[in-house]
Design a protein around this ligand. Sequence first.
Ligand code: MLT
Length: 204
Amino acid sequence: MRHLFKKGRNEKAPVLLLLHGTGGTEEDLLPLASMISPESSILTVRGNVTENGMPRFFRRLAEGVFDEEDLKFRTKELHDFLDHAADEYEFDRQNIVAVGYSNGANIAGSLLFHYKGELRGAILHHPMVPLRGITLPNLENAAIFIGAGKNDPICPPQETEELESLLQGAGANVETYWGDYGHQLTQPEAEAARDWFQKYYSKS
Ligand code: MLT
């Protein structure tokens, strides 16, 4: 997959896996990553599908209606890519924290839904429920931050609450930040993600 890897100063800090929103690129979330954990290594990936020229991590049939077969295929593709990237760049595969926005948060959610031990944690900005009707793996070791908007038309509050309870039901430690705005990632939400990250991982 098209990607960038930037080695950080602190090899013990979680490696941040950056996953952009629809129409984004692997460059988009770099400023957010340096705010969240300036010493971390960064692996940032571009989605492998395009919709009218816009990169995405999986196909959708309409806004908010996912092509589930493609979602499963692309989730495995990203999972396999992470295995290879950990070998190639010599980082600890067990020490990845995903940072995703919108479509990128949805594929990060799908990684959590499909694979045990896939991510040490995740910062999900405006995620949806990626898939329904599957049994989640045990997520007791995963810490998850959800950034949500009370007026998000793409991800309404009840869907955020559904995702929160599915992840908690699998044992994950979930914290949700509620902003007053819509689908956009605001500065206060980014600061809340940074504070959450520092609370969990500052000792590593
Ligand atoms: C998705 O397709 O993943 C969601 O609708 C959010 C987005 O527009 O990227």
